[in-house]
Design a protein around this ligand. Structure first.
Ligand SMILES: [Zn+2]
Length: 347
C-alpha cells in the first residue's frame, strides 16, 4: 500500500496561507494542533496563527524541546482529549519528528510544515526518535500535506541547507546498496522509487555551484529534492531508496559520539563519500559537491577523532543485520577501515 502526501505547496510566503491549505485538505476540519519549537514560534508563529484564525480553525500550540519518546508521549497525553483533525509539525527536524510520531500513535493526520531543509524526513513516513531500542529511523505515517515556505526556509542557517544536501547525495549510495540487495539477496527493488531518489541527488550534483551565490534558488532546489526523496520513500514503502550504508555509518557515529558529532545530513554526507568509494563510484565528485555547498567532508569538521571514526565504520557493519549493504559484502577490519578513511580524505 502506498501512502502519499495529497497536497504539496512550495513557495515564498505560503505560510500566510496555511489556514486555507489545511481546510483544503479537509473541509470539515475544525481543530488543529501545532507542534513547534520556541525559535520557530517566535519567527513564524504570528503569521501562522493569523492565517489559521482567519480560517476559523480552533488551534492548540505545543512546544517541544527534544525529539524523544518522552516528548511524544507527553504530546499524546495532551492531545488525546483535544482530538485535533490534524497534527501539524512546524519547524526543523525535532518538531516534525515528534508531531509525526504522535499523529501515528493517535491515528491522526499529520501535516508537515518544515522551516529548514536539513533532511528528507519532511515528506517521508520515517521518524528519528531518541529513546527507542534502535538507533535508526522507524516508520510512522506519511504526511497528508506538506507546506514549504521558501522565504522562511532560506532564512534558516546555511549549515542546515548544507546538511540537507548531505542527506540528498546519500541517495546515490542508498540506491546502489538497494541494487546490491536485489542482485545478491533477491530483495524487492522499486525501479520508479529508486529513479526518483537518484534524481534528487543528481540535481544537487549538477547545480551545487550555483547555490552559494543564489540562496533562494538553492533553497528551492534543495527543498524540492528533499520532498521528492521523501515521496520516493513513501512509494517504496521502505526507507531503502533514501537510506543505506552511509546512514548506518551516521547512526554508528551518533551511537559512539552522542549529539556532538554534527547534524544528520553532515554525518550522512561523510558516509556517502566513504561508501561511494566502496561501490567504486566517483566519490571525489561527491566530496567536491559537499565542499562547494559548505558541508563538512572530514571527520575533524564534525568533531570526530581518528579512533572514533574507525570504530564507527566497524560498528556500522553490524547495525541493522537485516539490511544488506556494501558493508556486508566488503568486510572491514581496523586496518582496512583506517586505510579507507585516509584514502577518501575523511581523516
Ligand atoms: Zn537521512
Amino acid at each position: 500500500m502506498m501512502e502519499l502526501p495529497r497536497k504539496i505547496l512550495i513557495g515564498d510566503d505560503v505560510i500566510n496561507n496555511i489556514g486555507e491549505f489545511l481546510l483544503d485538505l479537509n473541509h470539515d476540519a475544525s481543530k488543529i494542533a501545532i507542534v513547534t519549537g520556541l525559535t520557530v514560534q517566535a519567527k513564524a508563529g504570528k503569521q501562522c496563527r493569523a492565517s489559521i484564525d482567519k480560517s476559523s480553525l480552533d488551534n492548540s500550540w505545543h512546544i517541544v524541546t527534544d525529539a524523544s519518546m518522552d516528548a511524544v508521549n507527553n504530546l499524546q497525553i495532551h492531545l488525546e482529549k483535544y482530538s485535533p483533525d490534524f497534527i501539524v509539525g512546524l519547524g526543523g527536524g525535532r518538531s516534525v519528528d515528534v508531531a509525526k510520531m504522535a499523529a501515528f500513535g493517535l491515528s491522526k493526520c499529520f501535516v508537515s510544515v518544515p522551516t529548514s531543509a536539513s533532511h528528507d524526513g519532511i515528506a517521508s513516513p520515517f521518524v528519528s526518535i531518541k529513546g527507542l531500542d534502535r538507533p535508526h529511523s522507524i516508520k510512522a505515517n506519511s504526511p497528508i500535506g506538506v507546506l514549504a515556505d521558501t522565504r522562511l526556509i532560506s532564512q534558516a542557517p546555511t549549515r542546515l541547507l548544507a546538511s540537507g544536501c548531505g542527506d540528498l547525495v546519500a541517495k546515490i549510495t542508498a540506491v546502489k546498496d538497494w541494487e546490491l540487495a536485489r542482485d545478491e539477496k533477491n530483495e524487492y527493488f522499486g525501479t520508479y522509487a529508486a529513479h526518483l531518489a537518484c534524481m534528487s541527488a543528481e540535481i544537487i550534483l549538477k547545480q551545487s555551484h550555483k547555490f552559494r551565490d543564489n540562496t533562494i534558488f538553492g533553497t528551492r532546489t534543495i527543498i524540492e529534492a528533499l520532498i521528492s526523496a521523501g515521496v520516493a520513500a513513501c512509494i517504496a514503502g521502505s526507507s531503502r531508496p533514501c537510506s543505506g550504508s552511509e546512514h548506518l555509518f551516521s547512526h554508528a557515529l551518533e551511537y559512539i559520539a552522542g549529539n556532538s558529532c554534527g547534524l544528520h545530513g553532515e554525518r550522512v554526507g561523510l558516509g556517502t563519500i566513504i561508501m561511494a568509494k566502496l561501490h567504486n563510484l566517483d566519490w571525489k565528485q561527491i566530496a567536491k559537491t559537499l565542499k562547494e555547498i559548505g558541508a563538512p567532508t572530514t571527520a575533524q569538521e564534525i568533531n570526530i577523532n581518528e579512533r572514533d571514526a574507525v570504530k564507527a565504520l566497524l560498528l556500522a557493519q553490524s547495525l541493522r543485520p537485516e539490511r544488506y549493504t556494501i558493508l556486508k559484502k566488503v568486510s572491514l577490519d581496523e586496518q582496512s577501515a583506517l586505510r579507507l578513511l585516509k584514502d577518501t580524505a575523511i581523516l
